[in-house]
Design a protein around this ligand. Structure first.
Ligand code: ZN
Length: 160
């Protein structure tokens, strides 16, 4: 069993081997990658930059590590935002159904709030799951910069 060590965080450095989009009407994205696991020490305060070397291609990647407290706070913020977006989603949905279901008298158009609510539904529908995931997996480590092949790398949270 791998127990979390206080003051450190495990991150996966993902090297994208290939990223192909195939198909025309139905697009399938096929990504293959290889992950290397690193244990990174968290700073006592503020943030710290660490260098990680990709185990596949040896590219050096700069990552920013934040403190445990800061990470926890950021996770809470993501959680609150996700909850707010969910509330907006349901409120806008209820409103749109309510207004859209009305039979309007001749020559009267829907209130301007109607398109706003429709847009809100789409936006919150797209954003809420991403925020909810962030609030659970955010680990305070973000990829800063890397030489040329930056686009082919990402830093993933490691979950146990
Ligand atoms: Zn690499």
């Amino acid at each position: 069993m791998n127990r979390p060590i206080p003051g450190t965080v495990e991150v996966g450095v993902r090297h994208i081997l290939s990223d192909k989009v195939t198909g025309f009407l139905v697009r399938t994205r096929r990504i293959t990658w290889k992950d290397g696991i690193f244990r990174v020490r968290r700073p006592q305060s503020g943030k710290q930059t660490v260098e990680l070397n990709c185990p596949v291609c040896d590219a050096s990647l700069l990552a920013e590590v934040r403190t445990e407290a800061r990470t926890r706070r950021t996770r809470v913020v993501f959680g609150v935002l996700a909850a707010l977006c969910a509330i907006v989603f349901f409120a806008a949905f209820a409103y749109a159904v309510h207004e859209g279901g009305k039979t309007l008298p001749e020559g009267q158009s829907l209130p301007t709030l109607f398109p706003v609510s429709v847009v809100s539904i789409f936006v919150t529908f797209a954003v809420t799951p991403a925020l909810a995931i962030r609030s659970r997996v955010y680990n305070g480590v973000t990829l800063l910069d890397a030489p040329k092949p930056r686009r082919r790398h990402s830093i993933r949270p490691v979950r146990r």
